[in-house]
Write a protein that binds this ligand. Structure first.
Ligand SMILES: Cc1cc2nc3c(=O)[nH]c(=O)nc-3n(C[C@H](O)[C@H](O)[C@H](O)COP(=O)(O)O)c2cc1C
Length: 120
């Protein structure tokens, strides 16, 4: 969160016990530098870039890195559950849509685990 705030990066991190899905948005150079650091990080084994898309506006402008720990006991048909169980075989697009809904909910539910950017 500290690095991202410094580098103008926003996004969202979703995780369960084994899988992290990180949506990252910001200036290309800053995002690429950050991805290079994560790719070298031994905690991020089996690191993959699933989708790389130029965008006009941010989806998570208020988060230096919003955070959600996902429980599989939530809705079974949720695209997030399917993705986290078998990430290599899934399309990431439905997950991004579901994550955006979680992100919006997170703003009102839990201010402790995520740091909001005050001046995005
Ligand atoms: C799942 C995962 C997500 C990460 N996300 C970020 C991130 O959003 N921004 C970031 O700067 N580092 C992130 N890191 C940490 C980087 O791998 C790296 O440790 C860090 O950028 C080094 O920063 P430092 O040189 O300031 O210590 C992540 C690591 C993991 C394992």
């Amino acid at each position: 969160m500290r690095n991202n705030e410094r580098d103008g990066i926003t996004g969202y991190l979703l995780r369960d016990d084994n899988t992290y899905l990180n949506v990252v948005e910001g200036p290309t150079e800053a995002v690429e530098a950050m991805l290079r650091r994560v790719a070298k990080d031994s905690r991020a084994f089996d690191f993959q870039i699933l989708s790389l898309t130029p965008t006009q506006e941010r989806q998570y402008p208020a988060w230096s890195m919003g955070y959600h720990e996902h429980s599989h006991s939530q809705v079974k048909a949720c695209p997030i559950n399917t993705f986290l169980a078998t990430p290599a075989t899934q399309s990431v697009e439905p997950v991004l849509a579901a994550m955006q809904m979680l992100g919006l909910r997170q703003i009102s539910n839990d201010r402790r685990t995520s740091q909001r950017v005050t001046n995005p």
